[in-house]
Write a protein that binds this ligand. Structure first.
Ligand SMILES: NC(=O)c1ccc[n+]([C@@H]2O[C@H](COP(=O)([O-])OP(=O)(O)OC[C@H]3O[C@@H](n4cnc5c(N)ncnc54)[C@H](O)[C@@H]3O)[C@@H](O)[C@H]2O)c1
Length: 352
């Protein structure tokens, strides 16, 4: 029976609840997820898992110490054709990776009436467009390519410098209505990022939340020495495979990448989309909890872990720093702190 409460403490005190999904504004993730794990709950944490390096590091520490399963909703890994692309790369079909490019374009903040907690650094963090959607692009690329980005050169721009904030409440994913007040905006509307991979491959990414007509336009193309692969989130059941002699458009098929082990999927020809992708990211997480084993450690993970989430935070940090100093910046892994979690505890009380 569905039940709603406004106090996280009531959720954490309820022994019938095994898993807590943290789907609140970014700035709240670390304290809420930590409190949930300390209370013995497994967690699903939304991206970005933290708004800074210390927060991500603390989350890793709490997860390790409490032994709880902790997944991150890196949704795009769940698409069948993304997994198919990963298999093709693993099978050597691309040859040596040379170039990765693409974009993540949206339009919901195109005009000054677009307002949401994300534009406020106090709620969303210092990066907005990159943290919100650019991190998805990087995670999906690294997941497909099985290659790490080691350095970035980024330019961030705020192209709508003043927005109209609703005086009473924020309107998610829509223009504000009613009384508003002007607010100066510091977080970026667009990010352009040059990328270097560990094996010498190069890349480029364009991120925007102010590109009219683009709704959730995530595109990825990888070129290797033998073949290229291209995937677009808005046509998710297709994967383009390019070669010098003959190119092909693959459709999801029973012989292609199936769902993660043990997960029923719709038969080919019955289009799957964003909701099914999120389902397929989370089902292995719930299966792992049901199996009763410890959380996965590293490469054996069947679901995106906090380490993957912390990787996104490291990328945000590198992109923001690169834009600040105008130079290439290395992406430095986030470690678990040697010190215990310390005095940061969830303050409790009603939630808004
Ligand atoms: N994985 C994905 O593909 C994906 C997609 C969308 C959003 N997200 C992430 O999900 C999170 C939420 O984004 P959204 O678009 O759903 O935001 P939203 O504004 O639509 O929803 C946030 C919810 O959190 C509640 N809330 C705010 N402060 C709270 C508090 N202190 N305690 C308890 N509840 C509180 C609000 O009432 C609201 O219901 C963000 O971190 C975002 O990055 C991830």
């Amino acid at each position: 029976m569905p039940r709603a409460v406004t106090d996280l403490g009531q959720v954490l005190d309820d022994p019938s609840i095994d898993v807590v999904h943290i789907c609140t504004p970014n700035q709240t993730h670390v304290e809420m997820a930590s409190a949930a794990m300390e209370a013995g709950k497994h967690v699903v944490v939304e991206k970005p898992v933290a708004v800074d390096r210390p927060g991500a590091s603390m989350l890793l520490d709490v997860a390790r110490r409490t032994g709880r399963h902790a997944a991150v909703a890196l949704t795009y890994r769940g698409y069948p054709m993304v997994r198919r692309a990963r298999e093709l790369v693993h099978g050597g079909h691309l040859g040596r990776l040379r170039l990765v490019h693409g974009g993540y374009l949206q339009d919901w903040l195109s005009d000054a009436n677009g307002y949401n907690w994300r534009v406020d650094p106090a709620a969303g963090g210092v990066s907005r467009a990159f943290a919100d959607i650019g991190t998805h692009w990087f995670d999906t690329v690294e997941y497909i390519a099985r290659a790490r980005v080691v350095a970035v050169m980024a330019d961030l721009a705020t192209l709508v410098p003043v927005r109209h904030r609703p005086v009473r409440s924020g309107a998610a994913f829509s223009g504000a209505s009613g009384t508003t007040e002007p607010v100066s905006i510091e977080t970026e509307d667009v990010a352009t990022v040059l990328v270097r991979f560990e094996d010498g491959a190069r890349g480029t990414l364009v991120v925007s939340q102010v590109s009219p007509g683009h709704k959730n336009d995530l595109t990825i193309e990888l070129s290797g020495s033998d073949r290229s692969l291209a995937w677009a989130q808005e046509s998710p059941e297709q994967l383009w495979v390019g070669a010098r002699d003959e190119s092909a458009l693959l459709a999801r098929s029973p012989s292609g990448a199936g769902p993660p082990v043990g997960i029923p999927s719709l038969p080919a020809g019955h289009p799957e989309g964003w909701a099914e992708a999120l389902r397929d990211v989370l089902r292995p997480f719930y299966a792992a909890i049901s199996a009763g084993g410890p959380p996965p450690d590293g490469a054996d993970a069947t679901y995106p872990t906090l380490a993957d989430g912390a990787r996104g935070v490291a990328l945000i940090e590198a992109v923001v720093e690169s834009a600040r100093i105008g130079r290439w910046v290395d992406v430095c892994p986030i470690q678990t702190p040697s010190e215990p979690y310390g005095s940061r505890t969830f303050p409790g009380g009603p939630v808004g």
